[in-house]
Design a protein around this ligand. Structure first.
Ligand SMILES: Nc1ncnc2c1ncn2[C@@H]1O[C@H](COP(=O)(O)OP(=O)(O)OP(=O)(O)O)[C@@H](O)[C@H]1O
Length: 299
């Protein structure tokens, strides 16, 4: 089956800044994909190019085999961006109905309300009276209004309380069940791990990893032995221990990365190093992420 989204060697440069640097990936029907990265990594710029709101400096973006701006594409995608601007003078109910009217086969009003959890009172509120979280939920309803095949969410849960977050992710799971393709950006590692089956990791405009959360974890988070020490232990000394693949310091703890914890632990003791509070950790996406992007990593 043809991929729904194809980016080929896409680059976006602003005046003196390359926001996205020659990236390529394809996304197929039914995938739920997280674009993960720290602030400024290029996630939003990439999403804007997929939506046809920004043109790449070079390379191509195709949705359904076409340019993102084509009507065929517009009718099949829905998006919720960081800034939700709504028509202030209308009530929530009216905005939702208005958006439904733009599409040939919209989702039913009841379904949209159900998905976004709006109460009767909230539906009567004017859009300009909504809280940040409510606005976001309205943005979600509007993204879904046309019953799109592909959905884009830029930092969807920023500003949502715990309950709204849960409603949102439950809905994304439901959308997946219905065969929808979902792309979302986040810098919450936990969200990517919980919800996405594929994580594309961005760092300084480049893709530095693309795989399942599990693949990322096994690829990157070798086991790590961490400890504290009263006296400074030279990084070089630790790096010299056989089977050690990395050493970094974080929150007063020294982390030694290895796939062979037993042997390395043995070597640490054999050297009589003054280490305390030893912990062995494995495979947290959080750590994988830090290992990838954190300049503090020494090896
Ligand atoms: N219109 C613009 N003009 C100049 N530089 C820009 C523009 N838009 C984005 N940038 C820069 O490009 C880089 C990537 O920005 P982008 O918004 O895509 O990152 P992001 O990963 O989405 O981050 P965030 O989570 O903060 O939204 C940043 O350094 C940003 O300052």
């Amino acid at each position: 089956m043809e991929p729904k989204i194809v980016l080929s060697n896409v680059k976006k440069a602003f005046k003196n800044k390359t926001a996205v640097d020659t990236i390529s990936f394809s996304i197929h029907k039914g995938e739920v994909v997280a674009i993960l990265g720290a602030n400024g990594a290029g996630k939003t710029t990439t999403m804007m190019m997929m939506l046809g709101l920004l043109e790449p400096t070079s390379g191509t973006v195709q949705l359904f085999g076409k340019h993102p701006k084509e009507k065929y594409v517009r009718e099949r995608i829905g998006a919720m961006l960081q800034e939700v601007s709504v028509i202030d003078a209308l009530k929530v109910r009216e905005v939702i109905q208005l958006f439904r009217s733009y599409y040939t086969h919209p989702l039913s009003f009841e379904e949209l309300v159900d998905f976004t959890g709006f109460s009767k009172d909230e539906l009567q509120k004017r859009a300009n009276k909504l809280s940040g979280g409510q606005k976001r939920r309205l943005g979600f309803a509007l993204a879904l209004a046309g019953d799109p095949e592909v959905l884009f969410f830029d930092e969807p849960t920023v500003g949502l309380d715990v309950t709204s977050r849960k409603i949102f992710w439950d809905t994304v799971r439901e959308l997946k069940q219905r065969g929808k393709t979902v792309l979302f950006t986040t810098h919450y590692l936990q969200e990517a791990d919980d919800v996405a089956e594929r994580v594309i990791l961005f760092h300084e405009g480049k893709i530095i990893s693309d795989g399942t959360p599990k693949e990322i974890k096994t690829k990157l988070t070798k086991q790590s032995i961490s400890f504290t020490s009263d006296s400074t232990i030279g990084v070089e000394e630790l790096k010299e221990i056989p089977l050690v693949t990395g050493v970094f310091q974080k929150n007063e703890r020294t982390h030694v990365i290895t796939e062979h914890t037993d042997e390395v632990l043995g070597a640490l003791f054999a050297r009589n190093l003054p280490i305390r509070n030893i912990e062995i950790e494995r495979g947290r996406l959080e750590d994988a992420f830090e290992q990838l992007v954190d300049k503090r990593e020494v090896v």
